[in-house]
Design a protein around this ligand. Structure first.
Ligand code: GLN
Length: 258
């Protein structure tokens, strides 16, 4: 890292020779990405259809959009699968260039990272076992039901606020939360709508309540000090939106209904 910095500073200094010093004013950039030629993406690959394993490969909407962004920027995409609640800290610490994980833009997170323009929408949904007495968000809140959530997600934040800590069970992945629901450890799981549908399709005996709440925007998280990468990612996203690539990727993973 230090060597890279030294290298980049000297490249910048060479580039400045012969030019007016004034044109070199302002802060020196320490490179657009952490490693030359690479775009390192942090995700949590248990969130279909945004990120999940196909064999030993991570695929999904985020993986493909990030790949398309990397291609536009002439970078090689490297995906690292980590806990969802470590993504923002890792970006702040300079371990990953982008976080792409069906991540909702929130005021709180904006204190810690920048977000790209949004490329998808999510809705918080409630998964229950078929035949459950929970019929809507009010019955869920009023009873003494225990809710499973993925740690650090907006579902976690909303439910902890509504129900209090004692009625929340936190899991590392959405899949673990769903397994807890199947084994009766929790009474409901609150998670984004698309993974909710994927989990319900993959497991017998579960259903989604018709009362979704909280519509959210997904975007890529980027270190606050890296304005250059933010601008480059936004530019790439604009182009991918304009040429239909983003719609094509999303429609392939989430076929339009009817
Ligand atoms: N959209 C939710 C959030 O940002 C969940 C994301 C996830 O679990 N990968 O918190």
């Amino acid at each position: 890292m230090k060597n890279l910095f030294v290298k980049l500073v000297s490249v910048a200094m060479i580039a400045c020779m012969g030019m007016a010093i004034a044109s070199c004013g302002g802060s020196k950039k320490s490179g657009m990405t952490i490693e030359d030629g690479k775009l390192i993406m942090a995700t949590n690959a248990a969130f279909p259809p945004y990120e999940y394993y196909d064999g030993d490969r991570i695929v999904g909407i985020d993986a493909e959009i990030a790949q398309a962004v990397a291609d536009r920027l002439g970078l090689t995409l490297e995906i690292q699968d980590i806990a969802f609640d470590s993504i923002i800290a890792g970006i702040q610490a300079g371990k990953y260039d982008i976080g792409a994980a069906g991540m909702t833009v929130t005021e709180d997170r904006l204190q810690s990272v920048n977000f790209s323009s949004t490329y998808a929408t999510g809705i918080q949904s409630i998964i229950i076992p078929e035949g459950s007495e929970i019929t809507d968000i009010d019955t869920l809140c009023d009873g003494d039901y225990i809710v499973g959530v993925q740690s650090g997600t907006t579902g976690d934040i909303y439910m902890a606020d509504e129900l209090g800590e004692s009625r929340i069970d936190r899991y590392q992945t959405g899949n673990d939360a769903v397994l807890a629901l199947i084994s009766g450890k929790v009474d409901a799981v609150v998670i984004d709508d698309q993974p909710a549908q994927a989990f319900v399709a993959a497991n017998e005996g579960l259903t989604i309540l018709e009362t979704p709440f909280a519509v959210e925007d997904y975007a890529m998280a980027i270190n606050k000090d890296n304005e250059e990468l933010l601008a480059a990612v936004n530019q790439a996203l604009d182009e991918l939106r304009a040429d239909g690539t983003i719609d094509e990727i999303i429609n392939r993973y989430i076929p339009a209904e009817g």
